[in-house]
Write a protein that binds this ligand. Structure first.
Ligand code: 8P2
Length: 438
């Protein structure tokens, strides 16, 4: 049975959330609309037309939520700042929005919880989208101004910062598949958006070095273990190629200052333009990579698909998202990232959506306890294999707005009754409380 004391003394355990998924108060205290406010209010874009208008009402209930974190014994809390709450029009400051995050940080510190702040977790101010959003090269400078302001505002108390959460989702789900805001379906746009996201990241890192001398800054990517879905040699080849599109595309430029050549070649072959501007800014050195790991992805060679591959379902037990439970992939990717990029790592998200049912005031989510135990074990194995892994944030503190899935997927270790906003610690939270004392 894995114990907290098996981990290094300074290893931190936390939970993670994001502004649009938990805050609510979407039209309160001067907050402006984001692309997710508009997207979720567009018929057909989210399950049941769910929106983040109220979500978990964290904007009003943050003190209660911090008490729950403290009661569990968490070391740290990763949350994101709502850019449109700070700059409703993308430029001018909304002081009430700034005041909220000052209160939130002060309350965390008062309760000995280390704040980890994500500057961008997908909620672009709609006013900036109307100026071209991530397709407008100037967005990187708007982001730099926002980042600089937040570093100045919170940098005296917040020493751990993440510039972007999962730029792959913002660009390829937002601009290619259209599953996420702003719902475009154009591969060339996705490539341009990805590049401007990375430029924005680089500008923010440069600003950070000027504003917060004693802090650490990194980038959080979704990290998928890509494996061949059958034994054909060509499927091994496409697996290696897809790994370049998904994983290396958002790590290589940040460390090496260039995109993976194989993937560039394929895009170019298809007549797509791959930008290469500002690679010196994009590769401004960072202090760590954040790793959001959930599952593996199986691909097979498929000439009917424009990019030559298609996804296949694996046969391992799955979560409510249909994602295979594959802890080995966490170990594999932590070792891969360490060997390729030689940077400290934080697991900034890992967790599962479960069939959580409230029964007599309890949620018996033993499946989530098992999931977390197995992934903790693989994280420890990676540390023992030499990975400089510094922390682990469970996704998520509480059930919340799961983007296009609305409120149908529950990832929290705390159950949220959305009718009453009552919080109920699931068995996994009770287990975690004991683990953190072990
Ligand atoms: N889906 N899913 C769960 C979770 C999502 O809720 C987070 O906002 C993302 O950072 C990442 O996709 C992972």
């Amino acid at each position: 049975m894995i114990r907290r004391s098996d981990f290094p003394k300074d290893f931190i355990f936390g939970t993670a959330t994001a502004a649009y998924q938990i805050e609510g108060a979407a039209n309160e205290d001067g907050r402006g609309p984001s692309i997710w406010d508009v997207f979720s209010h567009t018929p057909g874009k989210t399950l049941n037309g769910d929106t983040g208008d109220v979500a978990c009402d964290h904007y009003h209930r943050y003190k209660e939520d911090i008490q729950l974190m403290k009661g569990i014994g968490l070391d740290a809390y990763r949350f994101s700042i709502s850019w449109p709450r700070i700059m409703p029009d993308g430029k001018n400051i909304n002081q009430k929005g700034v005041d909220f995050y000052n209160r939130l940080v002060d309350e965390l510190l008062k309760n000995d919880i280390i704040p980890f702040v994500t500057l961008y977790h997908w909620d672009l101010p709609y006013a900036l989208y109307e100026k071209g959003g991530w397709l407008n090269p100037d967005i990187a400078l708007y982001f730099r101004a926002y980042a600089t302001f937040m570093f100045n505002e919170l940098g005296d108390r917040v020493k751990h910062w993440i510039t972007l959460n999962e730029p792959w989702c913002s660009s390829f789900l937002g601009y290619y598949t259209g599953e996420h805001a702003p719902g475009h379906q154009n591969l060339q746009e996705a490539i341009i958006a990805a590049h401007n996201l990375l430029r924005a990241h680089g500008h923010a890192v440069q600003a950070f070095r000027e504003e917060v001398k004693d802090g650490k800054v990194g980038l959080t990517n979704v990290v998928m273990k890509i494996e061949p879905g059958d034994a054909k040699p060509e499927s091994f080849l496409v697996a290696s190629l897809v790994d370049k599109f998904v994983n290396a595309w958002f790590h290589d430029p940040v460390v090496f200052g260039k995109y993976p050549e194989e993937a560039v070649a394929l895009y170019t072959e298809k007549g797509l333009q791959v930008p290469d501007s500002d690679m010196n800014i994009i590769s401004t050195p960072i202090d760590f990579f954040g790793v959001n790991y959930y599952t593996r992805t199986l691909v097979v060679f498929d000439m009917n698909n424009p990019l030559g591959f298609s996804y296949v379902q694996g046969d391992l037990p799955k979560t409510e998202m249909g994602w295979e439970i594959y802890p080995q992939g966490l170990f594999d990717m932590l070792v891969y990232l360490k060997e390729r990029y030689k940077l400290p790592l934080y697991i900034t998200e890992n967790g599962m959506a479960g069939p959580d049912k409230l029964e007599n005031g309890r949620v018996h989510d033993n499946y989530r306890i098992e999931y977390l135990e197995k992934h903790f074990e693989k994280a420890l194995e990676a540390i023992n294999a030499g990975v400089d892994l510094k922390g682990y944030f469970i996704w998520s503190l509480m059930d919340n707005f799961e983007w296009a899935y609305g409120y149908s997927k529950r990832f929290g270790i705390i159950y949220v009754d959305y009718n009453t906003q009552k919080r109920i610690l699931k068995d996994s939270a009770l287990w975690l409380k004991e683990f953190l004392k072990s």
